[in-house]
Design a protein around this ligand. Structure first.
Ligand code: JB3
Length: 207
């Protein structure tokens, strides 16, 4: 079994840990965290390997696979992504076995797909995105890098979502719309019109 390291030790990392263990494909070597001490126990038999400054040595010791396990800070996720790519790590796609992922979809490195998510025909998902528990990404969607589709959100067919955008839990995006980059769609919102970059919208219909 290949080894993998998780960056972060909070709620998102716990879900990723369970997915990896459930899939039984990677062996979790440890976590890298800013607030745990090296050698400190995190969760059952998984220890902290150090902080971000230790990543170079971990890579040099022969560990190639890593997953970003921090979910709610999109800017920090990008900083970490750039750092681990520079070092040379491989970022596999981590997808729970209960997720439906169409064979015609295209998913880029470092993306995590949580239990019961659906990614339908010809959808495209960028780098280190999060398709959270039970979220639906319908056919022909184009979800760019570092987008977080929160639990239960439903993105109908042919929608484009720009880089670093957060789609809140249970939000609905009507088909064929374009949601800009660096935008936040509130939980439960129903988006019926295109949304520009750098916006925050909420409500039904979303404003
Ligand atoms: O709602 C759901 C289903 N998931 C949420 C997820 C998307 O976001 C979840 O409920 C949480 O609210 C949030 O989870 P996340 O991102 O794991 O946040 P938190 O539980 O606060 O844990 C963040 C972890 O990142 C902590 O262990 C911090 O110590 C660690 N951390 C913070 N800054 C860092 C850094 N770790 C490293 N390696 N480097 C940092 O710069």
């Amino acid at each position: 079994m290949n080894d993998i390291v998780i960056i972060g030790a909070g709620g998102h990392a716990k879900v990723i840990k369970d997915i990896i263990n459930d899939n039984n494909y990677y062996n979790i070597l440890g976590v890298i965290d800013a607030n745990l001490k090296k050698g400190e126990l995190w969760q059952s038999n998984i220890y902290c390997l150090g902080n971000d400054l230790d990543l170079c040595n971990i890579y040099k010791s022969g560990i190639e696979n890593i997953v970003i396990g921090i979910g709610n800070n999109l800017a920090l996720r990008t900083k970490i992504y750039k750092n681990i790519k520079k070092i040379g790590f491989n970022l596999p796609i981590i997808a729970h076995k209960s997720a439906f992922i169409s064979k015609t979809s295209i998913i880029d490195e470092g993306t995590v797909i949580m239990p019961l998510a659906i990614i339908n025909s010809y959808a495209k998902i960028g780098k280190y995105a999060i398709i959270n528990s039970g979220a639906i990404v319908e056919h022909d969607c184009n979800i760019e890098d570092n987008v977080h589709i929160a639990p239960g959100a439903c993105i109908l067919g042919g929608v484009k979502v720009g880089n670093n955008t957060h789609i809140g839990a249970k939000a609905v995006i009507i088909q064929s719309l374009e949601i800009g980059a660096n935008t936040v769609v509130g939980a439960g919102a129903v988006v019926t019109k295109n949304i520009l970059n750098n916006k925050k919208v909420m409500g039904v219909p979303a404003k």
